[in-house]
Design a protein around this ligand. Structure first.
Ligand code: RB5
Length: 147
């Protein structure tokens, strides 16, 4: 698998401060962060931000993506409409590691109105530090891609 250690970040208006905190945290871990905004707090539409981030990952420009909205749910649904994207919403560290180990998730979604900053950063660490296990899980991931 090719790695470029580039990660795209995006959110809607509900998650801008948490997204910016996550960006600093990830940069300190050695990733190149591509933060595609938004940066101003006006109400906006999560589907366009989820899809824009997903396209950066699907094109190979970024290896991973982290997206946020109030619940993490709507922006995740939008990202998963892009071919080749496997994005899960996580509110716990176990799931964040498992979506890498078993589902080879190339994107993570977090709900800024669901988890606090401390837990969000632990979720990010669990997601970024876990590796895909392959084997029988690769067969299943291939089935998702072929659907
Ligand atoms: C915005 O109010 C809210 O609907 C959005 O951030 C997200 O939670 C949708 O899934």
């Amino acid at each position: 698998m090719t790695t470029n250690k580039r990660i795209v970040l995006s959110s809607d208006h509900a998650a801008i401060p948490l997204r910016q905190t996550i960006a600093k945290h990830i940069e300190a871990k050695g990733w190149e962060v591509v933060d595609i905004g938004p940066t101003t707090p006006e109400s906006t539409h999560y589907p366009k931000h989820g899809q824009a981030a997903a396209e950066r990952v699907a094109s190979g420009d970024c290896e991973r993506g982290i997206i946020l909205c109030g619940t993490g749910q709507g922006i995740m649904m939008a990202a998963n409409k892009v071919k080749g994207i496997r994005c899960g919403v996580c509110s716990d560290t176990f799931s964040a590691a498992m979506i890498r180990q078993h589902n080879n998730a190339n994107m993570l979604s977090i709900g800024a109105r669901v988890v606090g900053e401390g837990l969000a950063l632990e979720i990010v660490d669990a997601y970024l530090d876990a590796e895909f296990e392959g084997g029988r899980h690769a067969t299943r991931v291939d089935m998702i891609e072929e659907a």
